[in-house]
Design a protein around this ligand. Sequence first.
Ligand SMILES: [Zn+2]
Length: 216
Amino acid sequence: MDVPGVPPGVEVRTSARRRRTVTAYRERGRTVVLVPARMPRAQILGYVQELVGRLEARERRASRSDADLQDRAAELSRRYLPGGPLPASVRWVDNQERRWGSCTPLDASIRLSSRLQQMPRHVIDYVLLHELAHLQVAGHGPDFHALLTGYPKLAEAQAFLAGVDHAILHGLTGVVASSPEAPPQEPEPSRAVPSAPRPAVAPRADAPPPEPATLW
Ligand SMILES: [Zn+2]
């Protein structure tokens, strides 16, 4: 819907199912704000500004720079991989919706999906270590897995990602945030409309399910 004053790149959608909460999230590079269909127009802009501001603040907190990633890669490689292979480059990318990470051994470059940024540290470390190991061994044979055995939270991290994939595949979007940019751990910034009898964590039933991601 068209609401005067809404910043460019922000789309306001009304939801007949939504009664009590306003929710903002990212979807394919745009920001979507879901508002209850009955909300008076005069109130909408204020909610949009507040929630978009909270979304941006959370993303600033969450973003980890490529330089941090390079440092972390060096530390993980030194600690866990024989020979301590170093990548020529490691960076976060937003366009890997079907992979958590990828490695190009030819130029020793590693990319991690920014979808990982909100996951626990040991999960990010695992994906990074996995890609670092590909600098030494291609494929996922026994010799590849042998490289990873020194990582103490290996099984835990793999189980975490398997759980995320499962949730995405089965559309459990109340469990896992469903846009590539949205984190799975915190709910999207949402706010109960003042008349709400109780605050509600916004369910994500209105948003389309994302693609599951895999490790390469
Ligand atoms: Zn792999």
